[in-house]
Design a protein around this ligand. Sequence first.
Ligand SMILES: [Mg+2]
Length: 169
Amino acid sequence: MRNNLIPKLHVNSPYELDLEVLKKNSIKGVIIDIDNTLVPWSEKYADQRVVDLVDKLLDAGFKLCILSNGTKNRVSEFNKDLKLPAVHNAAKPSRAAFKKALKLLGTEPRCTAVIGDQIFTDILGGNRLGLFTVLVVPMSSKEFIWTRFVRQIEKLILKKYKHLINKLD
Ligand SMILES: [Mg+2]
């Protein structure tokens, strides 16, 4: 069995993600994290780069949903102009939140990707439900002390399983 901590893909940023790879893997829906994935942790609003990426994904035919452990306020402020389906206070890696996002998207788990910057929330939660998991490099190094500790463990996991990541069938 594949270790649930191993992402299917590891890329620098969602802005560099090759949409053809998603299409080739039958992905129809994309669940995306906000903090340190789309914008740095401290950034309140979606900038033009986010808007362009969202447009690009929607134009390419993907369905999109935000899935964030952030508060209702944080998510709705960020999502104000994007107006995407969104789940706040997700408590990732909780299965319930991912199921909620899948329901909003209306896509099957195997046809859904999750993009996020944390192995123990975004990737673990996604893999547990059989999603196509995409880990990105966190945008900002300004993080809670606990997260900074977790980053060290993430590094070890990525090193150990390097041979299994970015190897698509
Ligand atoms: Mg994040």
